[in-house]
Design a binder for this molecule. Structure first.
Ligand code: GDP
Length: 478
């Protein structure tokens, strides 16, 4: 059982903003949010980014590093004592050890502070001496951003919308048990704690099924049901939607009344503090997107990803309704959406992946509300696990990728043992990105997971990580 007082990711409110402001006067700092839905690649990205800043390597497009202006970088105690530390050393060890493997994924909010000393590029700033920038990296599940609409929805509205979505494809095929449970629950019956806990369990299992790789849906709020962070087992998560109309009045003492109360506590005790205490303090944000797993699962998954990303973008809006527009005048000025794991494709498809991502977020991205904040999209591999090869088969030339598939992966009836290297043709992404959404790609792509590569010259190969660093950090080293 968890009490509110002991919760790391919920209770910091505006006090943090005052502290940021005060310390920012002494040493400039940049608070970089790294988010994305589960398995999007946050842990791997942060580990590779921090490793690059600490150890250098081949990052030609990140000018401060390639131009030799970064003179020293080191980890420092993080500024927020009530946030868990990002386990950088442990993750780097997992990737470099004898039995190299991918590190454990993000399951809650965490933070790491890097101090970077540099020689400014401008004549005037250079004459003022060396610069020092503190980069505070904040890693958190993207699922939590999808809770933003709940701030404005009543329990009845949320219930009706969630149940309606579960009655349509593609969710319908995975909702049998959830629907059985809805039919058995009486909103006007007695408030039964055990019934509420059981209902939350069945509802969570339905969400988890929709999230599995073969279905790969993205828009599955409330975010803490799949990514509870420190709230695992908390009564704040012991509720579920009921089959009711949006305006239904739910009386105290009934099951519906109990569910409604819990929903309100979830919104006021978890969602609000996260947005105001953490999200509102970020300066820059990267949203990592695993578009390939969605493409693997089919057009319905890609369309659902589109919906989720539009929801995530709504959090960065600067319009009159902007919930988080200004706390201490601070706001996010750069947002990068990055399609991860580009190394699962031949380089001829990298730009196409970027174009699919731009199409998915395109409409929302160009809206006027984002004037002032720069929003961009990119394709990257923070750690490149593959090489490339051209294979001739039946008179055809195939652009393949070469790597060691993880044990248990299968392609065309071949099972991999985790030790054998293989050339794999994952399929080509279409020139026209709209094909990713219209169903014409169904079954033509196959992505497998590879073992992480051995480090080379003390670092890992990557794809466009340098461009990403330039966009997110470059101007702060001028
Ligand atoms: P998180 O849940 O967002 O923290 O996701 P992780 O960073 O743990 O990544 C999930 C999985 O995606 C990893 O275990 C890897 O299998 C894979 N992955 C992440 N980044 C890369 C990458 O750059 N290249 C490849 N090939 N796989 C990656």
């Amino acid at each position: 059982m968890v009490t509110l007082a002991g919760i790391a990711d919920g209770t910091r409110l505006v006090a943090g903003g005052v502290a940021d402001f005060a310390t920012g006067l002494v040493n400039p700092s940049l608070r970089l949010g790294v988010t994305g839905l589960s398995r999007a690649g946050k842990t791997v990205f942060i580990t590779a980014l921090v490793h690059a800043l600490l150890n250098g390597g081949r990052f030609p497009a990140f000018e401060a590093l390639s131009g030799g202006r970064i003179t020293r970088a080191y980890l420092e105690p993080q500024p927020d004592d009530d946030l868990p530390r990002f386990a950088y050393e442990e993750h780097a060890r997992a990737l470099t050890g004898e039995d190299r493997h991918w590190p454990e994924s993000t399951s809650r909010i965490s933070q790491l502070r890097l101090a970077v000393e540099y020689v400014p590029s401008g004549f005037i700033s250079r004459s003022l001496g060396r610069g020092k920038l503190n980069i505070d990296i904040v890693d958190y599940p993207g699922e939590w951003l999808l809770d933003l609409p709940l701030l404005r929805m009543s329990y009845g509205e949320w219930s009706a919308a969630t149940v309606a979505a579960s009655r349509a494809a593609p969710r319908l095929a995975h909702a049998a048990e959830f629907h059985e449970m809805l039919a058995a629950l009486d909103p006007g019956g007695a408030a039964d704690e055990l019934a509420a806990i059981r209902a939350a369990g069945v509802f969570t299992a339905y969400l988890a099924r929709c999230r599995q790789d073969d279905v790969s849906l993205s828009s599955l709020p409330p975010g803490r049901f799949l990514m509870p962070g420190d709230y695992k087992g908390s009564p704040l998560l012991a509720f579920a939607p009921l089959d009711i109309a949006p305006g239904t009045e739910l009386r105290k003492g009934t099951l519906g009344g109990l569910m409604e109360r819990r929903y309100r506590s979830y919104v006021s005790g978890i969602v609000k503090p996260f947005f105001f205490g953490h999200f509102a303090r970020l300066d820059r944000q990267i949203v990592l997107v695993d578009a390939l797993t969605a493409l693997n699962a089919g057009a319905a998954a890609v369309r659902d990803l589109e919906q989720a990303l539009t929801g995530i973008l709504a959090c960065f809006r600067q319009g009159p309704n902007a919930l988080l527009a200004s706390l201490f005048g601070r706001r996010i000025d750069r947002v990068l959406f990055a399609a991860t794991k580009a190394d699962l494709l031949h380089h001829t498809s990298h730009d196409r992946l970027e174009n699919i991502l731009k199409l998915i977020i395109g409409e929302a991205m160009t809206r006027a509300e984002f004037q002032g904040a720069e929003v961009d999209a990119a394709a990257l591999a923070a750690i490149r696990a593959t090489r490339e090869a051209t294979v001739r088969q039946n008179g055809e030339t195939l652009e393949c990728i070469l790597g060691t598939p993880l044990a248990g992966e299968t392609v065309g009836g071949t099972h991999f043992d985790g030790a054998t290297e293989a050339a794999i043709f994952p399929g080509d992404l279409p020139k026209d990105p709209r094909k990713a959404l219209d169903g014409s790609l169904e079954g033509s792509l196959k992505f497998v997971r590879f073992r992480p590569p051995p480090p080379r010259d003390g670092g890992w190969p990557h794809i466009r990580l340098d461009r990403t660093m330039e966009f997110l950090l470059g101007d702060r080293f001028r």
